[in-house]
Each structure stands twice: as C-alpha cells, then as structure tokens.
Design a protein around this ligand. Structure first.
Ligand code: ACO
Length: 430
C-alpha cells in the first residue's frame, strides 16, 4: 500500500504521497499541496526540499557516505581516472576499454578553442579573477558552436557538447592563467592525457619545459574526482534551474561557475588559504580565531568548516587530508600553512561550539595545500574546483532535460511587503 503523510491545515486534513528512494530515504510529495490546501511550503535555503529525482549521486550526511552511481567515492578515487569518472557520472556506468578509449580520444579532438576566442583573453585586465573569465568564456562557446547551443539537443549532440566542454575547459583555464602572468599560450598536446595536458598548458613556457610529475598528477586526479559531483549543491542546482528554462548547456554551466565562485561554496578553497595565511602571520594563534568564529555571530567563519549536508564528517576531506600528507612528504615540502590547518582542526573539533553544530572540515579545507604544492596560484583554486565539478554539472543537466517530469524551476514566496496602497504624487510625498 502506498505510504501517505497526513497534514492538517485549519479544519482540513489532506493526504500527501510519500516517495521512497533506492537508499530508503523518504520525501513527502507536496506537488499538489497548493491546489489542495491553498498553502505553499517555506524552506529558506531549500534544506528540506527535494527539487528532483536523480540517479547520479547518493550521499548520507549523517553517516558520511558518498556514492557516484552506486560506487563508494573511496573506490572511485582509488581506482579510476578522471575521464573514466566523468563517463560514469554522465552515462551511468563505468566504461569498458573501447568506450573509455573513444571517450578519451574525442577529448584530444576537441581540446583547442577557436583561435578568435584568444582575443577575449586580451580584453581582460591581468588582475581579473579567473572565475569571471572562465564563466564568460564558457558562455561564449555557445556563440562559436551555435549548432550545439540548442534548447533541445539530440542525444548525439549532448554527447558532443559534453566532450567539447570537458576538453575545452582545461584549455580556457590554462590560457587565462598564461594571460594573467603575461606568458604566451601553450596549446594542448594530443599525446598527453587529461591532467598532464592541463599542467603542461599551465606550466610550460618558451624558456622551460614542464616535466610531468606523477605524484602531482595523481594528487590532482584524486581532487578532480572528489569534486566531480555532489548531488543538489548550490552550483549544480543553479545549472539545473538555468537549464530548466531550456537554456543551452554552455549557458547553464557558465551560471554554475558563477554560483561555485562564492566563498560559501567553491570559492572557499581560496578563502581557506587566505585565512590560514592570516593566522600564520598573526603568530599561529589558532585559539584566537576559533574564539572569533564562536563569538562573532557568523561574521567570521572558519572557512573550510561546516556543510549543509555532512553532519558527521566529509568523506572527501578525509581522503584529501591523506593525499596532502602523502604529496608533501613525497615532494619534501614543509608547508607552514598545513601546520596551522592541522592545529586549527584539532582545536575546533574539541570545541563544544563546533561539536554542537556538527561542524567538520569540508572538501575545501585541505585541497588548497595540495594546489599550492603543485604551484597553482591562489586565485585559480576555485577554477580547479570548476574543472573537477564539470562532469557533475553535465550529468545533471543531461538527466534534467531527458526527464519528462522536468518543469521550469520557479519557486514561490511568502510576500511580506506593503499591502495595496494608492500612488502618491511627488509633491505630496514627505
Ligand atoms: N565557522 C563558524 N561557525 C559556523 C561555520 C563555520 N565555518 N559554519 C556554520 N557555522 C555556524 C553558524 O554560525 C550557525 O550557528 P548558529 O546556529 O549559532 O546560528 C550554525 O553553525 C549553522 O550554520 P548555517 O550557516 O545555518 O549552516 P548552513 O548549512 O546554512 O551552511 C555552510 C553551510 C555555508 C557550508 C557553512 O557551514 C559555512 O559558511 N562554512 C564556511 C564556508 C565553507 O567552507 N564553504 C564550503 C562548503 S563545501 C562546498 O560548498 C564545496
């Protein structure tokens, strides 16, 4: 028998269907609530609102569980490469050898951007934040590939846009970095794999060849995989809501990049390093900043701490911490900011304020230490997150437009402004 929830509004009791997901999580279907009760729901920040059904990623914040298409994140991070992970998220299954080879080869084919697009980079000032540039460039791809920038693309066209985006994003990011430091662009090389190709475009120059460092490549592989999807987070929900108006994938992803940029979301990885540097300069007085976070009523937050969903630990942060230690050890780097981070985590995790609110280090807490060790500049950290998150955005956009139940995203509101009043001519206003 179908499970129902009962809701009493005034003297009327209505029954609402309960939907059960494949991991037994439950949701009350309120899609008919307004027509049957006259009420809407009020849920700022959508903490209790399920906006769609999705079969891409499962996470249980209480238990610290994260699965991509059913596979535990720990197994994917240990065994997959990034392109394979992107395939899994977008198409639902791990690729066989032929599928993976074809998918990877198509990245090589689409790695370059239209030569005219290079002119855009010259228009930006060198200090322009690369997330702004990235978003504008990704949206501009729709002008260069109008045949793909469609409201209702076919399956084959979706495949082509996905590959175009996944491959070109690396080139755009690396070009924006090269422009910011005044060095010539380095073109993608067909013989290089996804991550080495990106690092080569970032770090090769006419005066020095980039030598592939497998430890760096591996650390970046893990980071990209751990960032690849996280169900209905702020940027993915943005991609879905923009796409729900049938805006094309380039435009939808450009909007997702802007959402990710915010310091409460993907921009936090840059903010964490800035915060650690501030604490370091201030004599490593970790307790002072923990106290400040407690006493400032939300004005100063420990960046890289807390999560809307994880209330136990963030499984991604655990893996990243291990990878950080391993990479720094292997490269013989001693990063004083890592010492500050470790101390900060130790003090915060013992503090009743953080314990009561279930605030743990999130994915952004240690990732910046790895990027620093690789030589990625600070303002490029959110860009790294965007490259990693792209497969998830594409997978969600694809799932959304292929789902016949999708409707244009259009939340309601509780109006709290003035009630009806008559216009007052300017000479009579006080
Ligand atoms: N430092 C100090 N206090 C915090 C922190 C923090 N990092 N995060 C939350 N709190 C406190 C809040 O002040 C609030 O306290 P109160 O109950 O006394 O008012 C309580 O914990 C709950 O916080 P909310 O803001 O209601 O939690 P929400 O789920 O809305 O926010 C968020 C989650 C945005 C991630 C928040 O924890 C935060 O701002 N963290 C710092 C920024 C950050 O690291 N963002 C990256 C998140 S991961 C990602 O997006 C990839």
């Amino acid at each position: 028998m179908e499970e129902k929830a009962k809701l009493t509004v005034g003297d009327k009791t209505i029954e609402l269907p309960i939907i059960t997901g494949s991991e037994e999580e439950k949701g009350i279907d309120i899609s008919k609530l307004r027509s049957s009760s006259g009420c809407i729901t009020y849920d700022p920040g959508y903490g209790n609102t399920g906006a769609c059904k999705s079969s891409i990623t499962f996470l249980d914040g209480e238990k610290g569980i994260l699965h991509y298409r059913g596979y535990p994140i720990e197994q994917i991070a240990e065994n997959c490469n990034f392109v394979e992970t992107a395939y899994l998220l977008i198409y639902g299954e791990l690729p066989n050898r032929d599928q993976l080879e074809n998918f990877s080869n198509s990245f090589t084919e689409h790695a370059t951007i239209h030569e005219d697009m290079k002119n855009f980079f010259y228009g930006y000032p060198p200090y322009g934040h690369p997330m702004g540039i990235l978003s504008a460039m990704v949206c501009s791809l729709s002008a260069y590939y109008p045949e793909l920038a469609k409201a209702e693309p076919t399956k084959e066209e979706i495949d082509r846009i996905a590959v175009q985006l996944l491959s070109k994003i690396r080139t755009i990011c690396a070009f924006s970095y090269k422009k910011s430091i005044g060095e010539p662009f380095v073109y993608p090389r067909p013989e290089l794999k996804y991550i080495p190709n990106f690092l080569n475009m970032m770090f090769s120059s006419p005066s020095r060849a980039y030598e592939i460092d497998e430890d760096e490549v591996n650390a970046m592989r893990v980071l990209f995989i751990l960032h690849a999807d996280h169900e209905q987070n702020c940027s993915t929900s943005t991609v879905r809501i923009v796409g729900s108006s049938r805006a094309n994938l380039f435009a939808s992803v450009a909007a997702g990049i802007c959402a990710l940029w915010g310091p409460l979301h993907g921009g936090a990885n840059q903010e964490v390093i800035e915060m650690l540097a501030m604490i370091y300069k201030d004599g490593c007085n970790v307790k002072k900043y923990v106290d400040l976070a407690k006493e400032s009523h939300g004005e100063f937050r420990l960046m890289g701490f807390g999560h809307r969903v994880y209330k136990n630990f963030d499984p991604r942060a655990k893996i990243i911490k291990q990878k950080t230690d391993a990479l720094l050890r292997k490269k013989g780097i001693h990063d004083p900011l890592l010492d500050v981070a470790v101390k900060l985590e130790e003090v915060a995790l013992k503090d009743p304020y953080f314990i009561e609110r279930k605030l743990y280090p999130n994915v952004d807490f240690y990732s910046g230490i790895i990027y620093r060790a690789i030589g990625i500049p600070l303002n490029m950290f959110p860009v790294m997150f965007a490259i990693g998150r792209l497969p998830g955005w594409i997978a969600h956009w694809k799932e959304m437009i292929e789902d016949p139940a999708t409707k244009i995203g259009r939340p309601r509101q509780i109006y709290t402004g003035c009630t009806r009043r008559d216009f007052v001519p300017i000479e009579k206003r006080g």
